[in-house]
Design a protein around this ligand. Sequence first.
Ligand SMILES: [Zn+2]
Length: 300
Amino acid sequence: MDNYLGIDWGGTNIDIGVVNSSGSLIARSVYPTSSNNTKEKFLELLKNVLALYSKYNIKAIGIGAPGLIDIKNGKIFDLPNVPGWKNYPISKEFGRSLKKKVFINNDANVFTLAECKVGLGGHVKNALFFTLGTGLGSGVVINGELLYARTSAAELAHIPITVNGQKCGCGSNGCIETYLGNAYLIRNYKKKTGIKKEITVKELYERALLGEKAALSVWEEFSFYFGRFLAGMVNLFNPEVIILGGGVSGAYNLFKPMVLAHIKRYAMAPLSKGLKIKKAKIKHAGIIGAALWAASNCAA
Ligand SMILES: [Zn+2]
């Protein structure tokens, strides 16, 4: 069985592992992002890691990166939180230096691959994946393949839903992400209660569980926006499963029935029939998905 290097390029850590072609993690090591963030440092880190794992005979390298990626050409368009990588053809440049094939995709897409191919055992052919946290990451699998078009696709968080909405991290305004991210939940709670003190999403969840009205209504509104949005996604993609990961998914048990009810209410009935919502469950999904992305490109 072939082995691949999978890289989960996060804001805090660069998490790297050796993964075989069936998606099992064999070895893993973690490095701080802050000291490995320039092209030179990142490349040096990968050289060292390849030497460290030389006995595994790595066939290719897969990277999951936090930003907008030209998936087809292996180029970084932009990493909003990591300066210095704009329009960088990483697959070509790193591939030449490391003498290995290098494939890159965005982090939500590689999470999607890990959850579908390993988490759900590859049985599900049509799935949507969302990470709920600071922002909303998304990935789409159709007929067993990750969806992308000319360069990328399925940036579902940036579907504009209001005309004069909040400014979004993508540069636009009124995107669905601005109604579902952590900051919106907290802001909405503060608006309802008038409290000034900082509160986390976890506390917001706990307060709702205790029956606090304002906290509950924040989650009800979240479920309304998310459910209506997902109804649209169900009409568009007709998935078997929607998988939810990320920090906000900690409140999954609270919002799942409400979200599902809104999907049923707003989606076309034959398209939402039999739809399941599941919580993401793969540990180290970023590493495993990145390696699977490399493996699927090598097999193509
Ligand atoms: Zn946006």
